[in-house]
Design a protein around this ligand. Structure first.
Ligand code: CO
Length: 272
């Protein structure tokens, strides 16, 4: 699921022996990671810049020259400066055991001493880089309840001049929706297709206008699990089919200060 974990293997400082670093790089590649190797004699700043440019999840540093106490913390420092403080840094090489607490204090998450099985390194990365897939990505759309869809489309398309993306019918919800794209997000006009549609009932009690907000997530099932764990009241405990092949679920307004909130997952084959 998702993209591969990306790891930068780097050798800061002056020592020119990179057999160990290459062994680790090879093992990580074999384990399915995307591995980038910087080559020898890199400055901490160069390493941090490469890590950012390559958008890696972790940086593995190898140092045999004895300068690890200076070089490793500098990499961490530059990563922070460049906005990469979420990148995990680990190290290896010839490092005296007594230096490990100091390095950890400086933000190096783990040190692997010579002779460490590469399996340990792989497990460490998998454990620490696990993506929080339940997280919100963006506001996918704002839902606007309307009585007459054609009339509303006219207004949004021709008067306001928004980019019209098309109409879809969601039979389960007894609604027809029209999408308008605005940059990264959309306006979703929602109209009832029958009198017993939830939207029809809404419009009996409320005037036309903003109806719900929809957050897009990477993995809707994980998000729903997380919300349940936290005691959030859900209208849909499992995902439903939404418009345009999406998966959607609604959170009860009681749990969101009165805002009807939808979450959605866009299938990978259909980003819109
Ligand atoms: Co919606």
């Amino acid at each position: 699921m998702g993209r591969k974990i990306r790891v930068l293997i780097a050798k800061p400082g002056l020592d020119g022996h990179d057999r160990g670093a290459k062994v680790v790089a090879r093992a990580l590649k074999d384990a399915g990671f995307e591995v980038i190797y910087t080559g020898i004699r890199q400055t901490p700043k160069q390493i941090a810049m490469t890590a950012i440019q390559e958008d890696v999840d972790a940086v593995g540093l190898s140092c045999l020259s004895g300068a690890h106490k200076k070089l490793f913390p500098e990499v961490v420092k530059y990563l922070k400066e460049l906005g990469g403080d979420d990148i995990i840094v680990f190290g290896g090489g010839i490092i005296p055991k007594e230096d490990i607490p100091y390095l950890k204090e400086k933000g190096i998450k783990e040190i692997f001493l010579p002779g460490t099985d590469t399996k340990e390194t792989i497990e460490f990365i998998l454990k620490n880089v696990k993506k929080e897939e339940w997280m919100y990505k963006k506001i996918n759309h704002i839902g606007v309840a309307v009585k007459d869809l054609d009339k509303a489309i006219e207004i949004y398309k021709n008067m306001l001049g928004l980019e019209f993306k098309g109409i879809d019918e969601v039979e389960e919800q007894k609604v027809k929706v029209a999408f308008f794209k605005i940059g990264e997000t959309n306006i979703e006009l929602v109209a009832p297709t029958s009198d017993d549609s939830p939207i029809a009932k809404y419009l009996e009690k409320n005037r036309e206008g903003i109806h719900h907000i929809c957050y897009e997530v990477e993995n809707i099932n994980e998000t729903l699990e997380k919300l349940k764990e936290r005691g959030v009241k859900l209208i849909n405990e499992t995902p439903r089919k939404g418009a345009h092949g999406t998966l959607v679920a609604f959170i009860h307004p009681k749990s969101t200060n009165g805002v009807l909130t939808e979450i959605c997952e866009i299938p990978k084959w259909k980003k819109f």
